[in-house]
Design a protein around this ligand. Structure first.
Ligand SMILES: [Zn+2]
Ligand SMILES: [Zn+2]
Ligand SMILES: [Zn+2]
Length: 325
């Protein structure tokens, strides 16, 4: 095992050996300008691609938990995430939230069979500096603005989670009323919170931006705030668009949803009914899931061709519910 010093400004530390420096977010690094890290070559298998990688361990500050890198630098670069918390490096938000706001489609290996091929391809595309073109390309300013707003809410000391991530782990003896170490105990003397979403997170889901309970919480909150919370009537799979620019046609609407809603396939839009006289359109989705994903994306940004539009859920059809097919 060896040690490395990481300068948070990114200047010193690794020097010529850029690949020897971990990719980490500010929060995981902690408040100190220089962080002393232990370094273990091929210390563990990457939790995403299963290949052994260099594991770094460090303490982000007094009373904090020891942190270590969980995924390899290649995987971190692909998604532009921190090697430890797997949150977006720029915004500190879950991949699923970022990709919804920016309209980034899912990419990357989904099965073990093509995983090795995928990693090999990535490394073949790496340039001399070890940089790879990640799936996070340049995207519209609107999406970036939304993410800045969401990130601000997350780092708010009253409700943010940023500082909580480095806290010492809970003392299991304290929870049972059996800890007698008092103030000298390195663990946190608090009772565990029931239904804590962070404890149910799976690192692969978080990385790929699917089924991430923390992302779901953030997206649900923004969807509710935008008045686009999913209606109770599960048969409603239609979104109503209004204040459309006059030159918008059916093809524009379809393209907008397919390009901007992560994971939405074109065949998941059942129909688009334009009402040109009132600059409105009804977009009918094949499944409730597809409609909810579309509403989530619209809640974050309601713009079409750069112009702001209005979006609402369709209404229940009176009487229809009682008819059983
Ligand atoms: Zn990896
Ligand atoms: Zn981090
Ligand atoms: Zn204790």
């Amino acid at each position: 095992m060896s040690y490395a010093y990481v300068n948070k400004q990114g200047a010193a530390g690794g020097g010529a050996e850029a690949a020897e420096t971990p990719i980490l977010c500010e929060t995981c690094l902690g408040p100190n300008p220089y962080v002393r890290m232990s370094k273990q070559a091929f210390g563990k298998e990457c939790k995403i691609c299963d290949r052994p990688f260099t594991v770094f361990r460090w303490n982000p500050g007094a009373g904090m938990r020891t942190k270590k890198t969980e995924i390899c630098t290649t995987c971190a670069k692909v998604k532009n995430v921190c090697q430890t918390c797997v949150l977006d490096l720029q915004f500190g938000l879950p991949v699923q939230v970022r990709d919804t706001a920016l309209g980034i489609s899912k990419s990357g290996p989904s099965t073990d069979i093509n995983k090795q091929y995928y990693v090999n391809q990535l490394e073949a595309n790496m340039d001399a500096n070890g940089m790879i073109e990640s799936s996070v390309g340049p995207s519209s300013r609107a999406g970036q603005e939304i993410l800045k707003q969401l990130a601000k809410q997350r780092t708010d000391p009253r409700g943010g989670d940023a500082y909580r991530r480095n806290r010492a782990h809970l003392c299991s003896f304290y929870a049972k009323g059996e800890c007698n170490r008092g103030d000298a105990c390195p663990f946190r003397h608090e009772l565990p919170i029931k239904n804590d979403t962070t404890s149910k997170q799976n690192i692969k889901d978080r990385f790929h931006g699917t089924n991430d309970p923390v992302a779901r919480k953030i997206l649900n909150a923004s969807t509710a705030a935008a008045g686009l919370g999913a209606p109770d009537d599960k048969e409603i799979t239609t979104l109503f668009l209004s204040a459309l620019p006059s030159d918008v046609d059916e093809a524009t609407v379809r393209t907008f949803f397919v390009q901007n809603v992560p994971s939405l396939r074109s065949d998941e839009i059942r129909s688009v009914t334009m009402v040109p006289t009132s600059n409105c359109a009804f977009v009918n989705f094949r499944s409730r899931n597809a409609a909810e994903s579309a509403a989530e994306r619209c809640a974050l940004r309601m713009d079409l061709d750069g112009q702001e539009i209005r979006v609402a859920w369709g209404r229940s059809r009176p009487g229809k519910k009682s008819i059983k097919a």
